[in-house]
Design a protein around this ligand. Structure first.
Ligand SMILES: [Zn+2]
Length: 258
């Protein structure tokens, strides 16, 4: 089976932009990491993860480059990546770069990978956004850093929200419902389905509302790919696979290598 990879069709018009939301097929890893696990931190055979990364970079046409990852902790720290070839940027849940040949990678299995682009300045960002990071303000922090550090207004940004768990599959405790509703009120209402005292959260609906509230144009926010929980044939799902699974990668960067 080949590598399964989703892109944003309208982003193909940005010359030099490399971006991808990868699925789980086409790799070398054995169950429960089968097969394109890209995390070195979930207990998988490291040589297979390395081979998977080689295949991914070949597929994306960046085989001589490095994809910069971070130690994701469901927090709100935003890292700036200014050197190509960095393997790990440190501990954080969002990365920004304005340099060519720097490729940012987010690892997920249900949490939302958010890719951001400002095509004129060729600045990109990648956010790891589950409910914890979102409550900690990782999206707001990233947009603030883009504004203050790069002079980029939210209205200039394009956002793509990759494959993530949706309301059909994602029941959470009432305390999470309370925390999110206390923080955002009516803005967060469309993200919930409440039946028989059970709370189902659609993270991407929450993130879309939040991004719009923060100033992105609705037309520039896209949802890419299906619910990870409904499609474990194509995507890793931490919830559906009871925590024993791999991680898929979402990648963005500007290729200007000579
Ligand atoms: Zn689902």
């Amino acid at each position: 089976m080949s590598i399964y990879c989703l892109t944003v069709p309208s982003w193909e018009t940005f010359p030099g932009l490399v971006h991808a939301f990868l699925g789980r097929t086409g790799g070398e890893s054995a169950p429960p990491y089968a097969s394109l696990n890209l995390s070195y931190r979930v207990g998988d055979d490291l040589s297979r993860v390395k081979e998977n990364w080689c295949q991914v970079k070949k597929t994306l046409g960046i085989h001589a480059e490095k994809v910069t990852l971070m130690r994701q902790v469901h927090g709100n720290r935003v890292l700036t990546v200014s050197e190509a070839g960095e393997k790990e940027a440190g501990e954080g849940d969002a990365m920004i770069t304005d340099r060519p040949d720097v490729f940012l990678g987010i690892l997920t299995a249900d949490c939302v990978p958010i890719l951001l682009v400002e095509p004129q300045r060729q600045v990109v960002a990648a956010i790891h956004a589950g409910w914890r990071g979102t409550l900690h303000g990782v999206i707001e922090q990233t947009l603030t850093r883009l504004q203050e550090g790069y002079g980029i207004a939210p209205s200039a940004l394009y956002a793509a929200l990759g494959p993530a768990i949706e309301g059909c599959c994602y029941e959470v405790g009432s305390e999470i419902y309370t925390r999110i509703m206390t923080r955002w009120g009516q803005l967060a209402r469309p993200a919930w389905r409440v039946t028989d005292g059970r709370y189902y959260l659609d993270l991407r609906t929450l993130h879309t509302a939040l991004l719009q509230h923060l100033g992105l144009s609705p037309a520039q926010i896209l949802r890419v790919g299906p619910c990870t929980g409904c499609h474990t044939d194509r995507f890793f799902s931490h919830r559906k696979e009871a925590g024993k699974t791999g991680r898929q990668a979402s990648i963005i960067g500007w290729y200007r290598h000579a």
